[in-house]
Design a protein around this ligand. Structure first.
Ligand SMILES: [Cu+2]
Length: 178
């Protein structure tokens, strides 16, 4: 039963009102995985390369309390994501992402159909609006990005790309906090 809840939440987000899309408040149960880190208190910087379809490094190990700056580089020719979370959260997130691709809100090149949103985007990118989980970064081909995260407790997580099919092609690795 528990597994069905994120899916219902995702369904509401994708097919809900314009205002729901503009300010998505969904979360995938970030309790336990940690929280966004303070840029002034970074303990460690780790470069993560993303390609079609792989991550380098392939596994990560951190300590509870550690604040990590992930420097992300999409060296591929399609959109990729870096998302930290529990395995079940990635499954739920993949359903959201699949719906966004079906709607045309996201595309593999990052070229989005603005008319689907019903209002102007301003300085925000489409990816920001439809994909604002604090524990995920979506990168267009060739783009760089950053995620600063504090791991709070011992846990076994995964870092993954939830662009449709990528997780299944191997864009997932173990992230151990111990
Ligand atoms: Cu990917």
């Amino acid at each position: 039963m528990i597994k069905s809840i994120p899916f219902i939440a995702a369904f509401g987000l994708i097919f809900g009102t314009t205002s729901a899309l503009a300010s998505p408040s969904h979360s995938h149960g970030t309790a336990g995985i940690g929280h966004p880190g303070d840029p002034q208190r970074v303990d460690r910087t780790l470069e993560v390369r993303m390609g079609d379809h792989f991550f380098e490094p392939k596994a990560m190990n951190f300590k509870p309390g550690e604040t990590v700056r992930f420097v992300l580089k999409n060296e591929g020719v399609v959109l990729h994501e870096f998302s930290l979370g529990e395995a079940a959260a990635h499954v739920a997130h993949q359903k959201e992402m699949a719906a966004m691709f079906q709607n045309g809100m996201l595309s593999l090149t990052g070229a989005h159909d603005m008319s689907k949103m019903g209002h102007g985007a301003g300085d925000e990118t489409m990816a920001d609006m439809v994909h604002d989980d604090p524990n995920s970064v979506l990168l267009e081909p060739g783009a760089d990005g950053e995620l600063i995260w504090t791991f709070s407790e011992q846990t076994e997580l995964e870092f993954a790309c939830n662009v449709p099919g990528h997780y299944q092609s191997g864009m997932v690795g173990k992230l151990t906090v111990r």
